[in-house]
Design a protein. Structure first.
Length: 428
């Protein structure tokens, strides 16, 4: 069937080309008949094909999994105080359940994957009324996206639902976008790095073929004397296929054939082509399109104890940081109502969740916060989901761990110091 579809696509030319299937919503069919960007390595690279290669796959996980697992609370700033609006609908959508069939983590991971690899992640915003607070978020696959127009300064989206084209206002679509040339439509990492991904796929295919043939190098078998009859030639081909070409167990079987033969190897084996080195270099090459350092793609050849902490800081600030800002600003644009924005409501990731795995570092950070009056004991206990205790709301500073009055009055130690100064005798 696949062969028939490919021949049919070639027969009718551009009318039924893979691009035509993509434009008309037949995304899966376009993949079958060779959709995707062709590369110099001889492979058509699309997102589905790229996810079968280990490097883009692990790069995608290294970005999508942490971002989707990170808390994304809805906050409200009132004067100098910040409150988490845990009971708001939006907080539940972003941290518990995005809709009736998806958890918040699954929804956010899917949107991030689409934005990262396709260039655009879309979700339909379900509202109660025109300006009502969202009560649901539903993924829209990039393959259903037709176009985005800017009409009088506002965005208008057009998606395909079956055979129907459905328009949406910009306020009804959550649009997370990757790098963009025009600021309207994003370009995915797979499209930008298709040549590098194509080379990695070619290396994997070469390795699979080589070891699938039992590690035997390809070669040419030349008969120094011609076959006497056509029947002799056919009999040799039959014996050759039976003993060598069919099955893994027959790869190393000896060919017991009569006559004089000459064998000449062609191509190269993995050691000659530096297969391991070539594939290792592709890890760093593909990671660049995702904004990752190779150690996050499980390549630890250049990671050591002296630099791994700085690599982690770089990961948070350079790789995840821009995506966090993109999520927060798009949520502010689309998911918050006008009244909420005017009331000081906003959305912000909680990066402290990344400290959960390192208990000692977390405790040191809490100790620093307590000693310098940055948090109260009950606030620290809340970060660990521990119950508060009576009197634990007082904030302390390091000098004798005195309670901060908060009213501008001197502490007990300060009053004692002032008293000593007042009663000290003046020098004669």
């Amino acid at each position: 069937m696949i062969g028939w579809l490919q021949k049919a696509a070639e027969a009718v030319g551009s009318l039924w080309s893979p691009d035509w299937y993509n434009r008309n919503g037949f995304y899966r069919l376009a993949q079958i008949v060779g959709g995707g960007q062709s590369t110099s390595a001889g492979f058509s690279v699309n997102v589905e094909r790229a996810m079968q290669c280990s490097i883009p796959y692990v790069c995608t996980r290294a970005i999508c999994e942490p971002l989707s697992a990170m808390p994304l609370p809805v906050l409200k700033k009132t004067g100098e105080n910040t409150e988490i609006l845990r009971d708001s609908l939006l907080h539940g959508l972003l941290n518990r359940s995005a809709n009736d069939f998806q958890s918040a983590k699954l929804f956010r991971r899917t949107i991030q994957h689409h934005a990262l690899n396709y260039g655009n992640g879309f979700a339909r915003v379900l509202r109660r009324g025109v300006e009502g607070e969202p009560y649901g978020l539903v993924n829209l696959h990039p393959s259903t996206f037709i176009k985005k127009d800017i009409v009088q300064g506002a965005a208008v989206y057009l998606f395909r639902d079956g055979s129907t084209e459905v328009p949406y206002n910009g306020s009804d679509i959550f649009h997370l976008m990757n790098y963009s040339d025009d600021g309207v439509i994003g370009v995915g990492a797979v499209e930008s790095g298709r040549e590098a991904i194509g080379r990695a796929i070619a290396i994997e295919r070469f390795a699979s073929t080589f070891f699938g043939r039992g590690g035997l190098k390809a070669g040419l078998i030349k008969k120094t004397a011609p076959f006497k009859t056509e029947a002799d030639k056919e009999r040799w081909e039959t014996e050759y296929k039976a003993k060598y070409r069919q099955g893994v167990d027959s790869f190393h079987a000896n060919l017991l054939l009569q006559g004089e033969w000459d064998w000449q190897g062609i191509g190269s084996d993995p050691s000659e082509s530096q297969l391991v080195e070539a594939y290792a270099s592709m890890v760093a090459e593909i990671c660049r399109f995702y904004g990752l350092t190779p150690h996050l793609a499980q390549d630890l050849s250049r990671a050591h104890f002296a630099n791994v902490e700085h690599l982690w800081i770089e990961y948070i600030n350079i790789t995840l940081g821009p995506w966090m800002v993109a999520w927060e600003q798009e949520a502010h644009r689309v998911l918050l109502t006008k009244a909420q924005r005017e009331a000081g409501v906003y959305v912000k990731h909680t990066t402290a969740a990344f400290m959960r795995g390192d208990f000692e570092a977390r405790m040191r950070a809490y100790s620093t916060m307590l000693q310098n009056g940055m948090a109260s004991p009950n606030e620290v206990r809340a970060l660990e989901d521990w119950d508060p205790y009576e009197g634990g709301d007082a904030v302390h500073f390091q000098l004798n761990m005195q309670t901060v009055p908060g009213s501008g009055e001197p502490t007990a130690s300060e009053r004692a110091s002032l008293l000593k100064v007042g009663t000290a005798k003046r020098p004669q």
